[in-house]
Design a protein around this ligand. Structure first.
Ligand code: B12
Length: 475
């Protein structure tokens, strides 16, 4: 049987800063499912329409009539693209079975099937579904599946009782992907070619803005030897020289990270890398070891220096902890990319300025400012939905650059203005520009970062007054 997996193209306003700073990351979920499907004796293809920048008609024209299943993945801002692809395919091939999965379909599984946007939705992890379908298990016995039977009834199968063990998974089907097109976020990679990797699933955090329900609250890890095997494959086959570890909290299990670093050093793996971490999961010793193993940048989610807001979003960190994490990281000679949120519940105009001032004063080398976005499935989304305080449900605009929350303490116009102000104030400081230029070590590093910086500056000036986008829903 033939499965075609599709990563939808991104629909993002070119003035949105994320259209410039987003990485091109391989659709690892789809690539894993493709590996499993082929491993059971079937065939599959992956169309990474996001990396290839394909239009909907171009995607539809690549589908062969003998395809049995179409598999679409979608985050919230990608769902309208996924639906448009499904419609295009339906018009041409009436009987092809369309399956959706990923974060957004997991939350809206019933609606997507009920309104016939697709035939089935796989909730949460997709590996068990693919294994069962490939082995011929009838649909009613496949866990995590929401589907429509022949009578047109919606059936919601029970949740799986277990999660997958990461070491037991095959490698993603990299050979089916346009590997030359992937790269890390500008500013995150020192060397090219670079690529993103995910070595854990689940998150012990409780942040109200994050959808961590997908993979459960118990965090699962790939073992250090398996991570090394994976890295070696990427190095040998694709010449990868830098990895961005996109795990929600790479340092959640300090012993695992320390073991991985020791293995990297012992095996002279010769890789440069960056990761995401929580400020309360690092120690001076761990940071020194990470540096020795090739880590040159950590992204910390500081979010805000305001203690009350940190409590409102259940971040479970305190501003006093920021300083230690920054000092230890810089002492280990690792750069910091700070992530900040603007427009959280309880935010005021003075608070917005305080966040920007904090970012400018702290010893951090890069900063990312996002407008708080309550993704469906999160506690924040549910709270604001219940009190009728979501400004809109145009999923295309759930992109971290448009206000979604109606706040009593600050208007959406002010939040949007401070969003652009944050980038202007942080990045257009002469001291920042000089320090940044001096930190470039190679011409390729210089050209990659400078072209991204140039695009950001153009976007900042074009959107000088931070007008709000048209919110008419697309779907
Ligand atoms: C790497 C990453 C990125 C990368 C690449 C995104 C991508 N498309 O792969 C970059 C930096 C580009 C990115 C961008 C954004 N991201 Co992001 N990202 C991640 C991150 C950290 C890892 C993704 C990953 O590779 N996971 C590992 C793979 C194996 O899991 P998976 O893709 O979910 O697939 C599994 C299941 O979902 C399921 N499945 C998925 N698709 C399908 C399809 C079928 C047919 C089936 C059967 C099953 C199935 O099976 C897979 C195997 O179990 C996740 C958090 C996380 N830990 O997953 C956030 C996450 C997906 N991102 C998030 C967000 C908010 C964004 C942005 C919207 C932010 C923005 N700036 O606008 C953009 C969206 C742009 C885009 N195209 O996605 C949110 C999504 C929330 C939401 N409801 O949309 C997440 C969940 C983070 C969070 N906790 O809030 N992101």
């Amino acid at each position: 049987m033939h499965f075609v997996f599709i990563n939808p193209p991104r629909k993002i306003d070119p003035n949105n800063i994320w259209s410039i700073i987003n990485s091109d990351h391989p659709p690892l979920g789809l690539a894993l499912l493709s590996s499993i499907w082929d491993g059971q004796g079937h065939q599959s293809q992956i169309i990474d329409a996001a990396a290839l920048k394909l239009s909907i008609p171009e995607i539809v024209s690549r589908i062969q009539p003998d395809t049995d299943y179409i598999g679409l993945t979608a985050t919230t801002p990608e769902i309208s693209s996924a639906i448009a692809i499904a419609r295009g395919i339906r018009e041409k091939f009436h009987d092809m079975k369309i399956v959706m999965g990923g974060v957004h379909p997991t939350v809206f599984h019933e609606d997507l099937v009920r309104y016939r946007f697709c035939d089935m939705v796989v909730r949460n992890e997709g590996e068990a579904f693919i294994t069962e379908l490939a082995g011929g298990t009838p649909l009613h016995l496949i866990p995590n599946l929401t589907w429509r039977n022949q009578q047109g009834e919606i059936i919601i199968n029970p949740d799986a009782s277990t999660y997958v063990e990461l070491d037991k998974l095959p490698f993603p089907a990299y050979d089916k992907l346009p590997m030359h097109l992937y790269h890390s976020t500008p500013g995150a990679a020192r060397r090219q070619p670079s690529i993103g990797m995910v070595t854990t699933r689940g998150c012990p955090g409780h942040c109200t803005f994050c959808f961590s329900g997908m993979f459960g609250s118990r965090i699962r890890f790939m073992s250090p030897p398996r991570i090394i095997e994976h890295i070696e494959l990427l190095q040998k086959k694709y010449g990868i020289r830098e990895i961005s570890f996109y795990d929600d909290t790479f340092t959640a299990h300090q012993k695992n990270v320390a073991d991985l670093c020791r293995l990297m050093i012992e095996k002279k793996i010769g890789l440069s890398w960056s990761c995401f971490a929580r400020i309360d999961t690092v120690t001076p010793e761990l940071l020194l070891l990470m540096k020795k193993a090739g880590c040159h940048q950590i992204m910390y989610g500081f979010e805000t220096p305001d203690e009350t807001i940190l409590k409102n979003i259940d971040k479970r960190t305190a501003p006093e902890q920021f300083q230690n994490a920054i000092r230890w990281t810089r002492a280990a000679k690792i750069n910091i990319r700070g992530a900040f949120m603007l427009g959280n519940p309880g935010e005021t105009e003075t608070g917005l300025q305080k966040t920007i001032d904090y970012a400018k004063k702290a010893d951090i080398q890069l900063a990312v400012f996002n407008i708080t976005t309550p993704y469906p499935g999160t506690a924040m989304y549910n709270t604001f939905l219940q009190k009728d305080s979501l400004l809109h449900q145009n999923w295309d605009l759930y992109n971290l650059g448009e206000p979604v929350l109606k706040l009593d303490t600050v208007s959406e116009e002010v939040v949007k203005q401070y969003y652009y102000k944050s980038y202007r104030e942080f990045y257009l400081r002469p001291s920042f520009i000089l320090r940044y230029l001096l930190s470039m070590r190679t011409f390729s590093e210089f050209s990659i970062h400078t072209s991204a910086a140039f695009k950001i500056i153009v976007a900042l000036f074009r959107s000088r007054f931070g007008a709000l986008a048209d919110r008419t829903p697309q779907v």
